[in-house]
Design a protein around this ligand. Sequence first.
Ligand SMILES: [Fe+2]
Length: 205
Amino acid sequence: MAKTTGASRSETRSQSSDVIHVPEPKLHQRAHELQPYGHVVKLPIALSQTACETSIELLNQILADTMTLRDMYKKHHWQVVGPTFQSLHLLYDEHYDKQVELVDTLAERIQLLGGVSIAMAADVAEMTMVPRPPRGREEVPVQLSRLLEAHEIVIVAARSAARKANELGDFGTNDVLVSDVLRTNELQVWFLAEHLIDASLAVTA
Ligand SMILES: [Fe+2]
């Protein structure tokens, strides 16, 4: 049962002594969770309980790592330094936008499987497999290396989860993991990794 704190002044009297009901917002409401994290409420999508539970658990791990990678892109977008500032500043934000889309796709896949998606930063920080970078600025090669390592964590998990989802007949999750997560991450790895090749604009004699 929801509770409201604070005095209610929803009733007042007019000059003619008629009671007037003035609607007021009921603030600071709290209640029991509708569905605890980890609890699956099956929807009629013709998948077994085991398939749903397995996919939800795998997807939540990939979601936590994707949210971390997303936020690392914004960190580097703000903190990038050096002669490649302009191009990387823009590239990081392009990749960030794609990761934002992936986060929503993953979270909504978890919900439609009957699960609860991980959402808040503190919970994500506890779950993620991506190593935490320092708060301060780092050089471009370090930024790129950290991003590539985070992408590879997501790629390994996505391939493994896609295989498992297929075995369980959860082809929708397999499609999300392959068509969205895997392909996006592989493409972004290409765009990043090319920056770490030491190529000159002049042919060496
Ligand atoms: Fe910006």
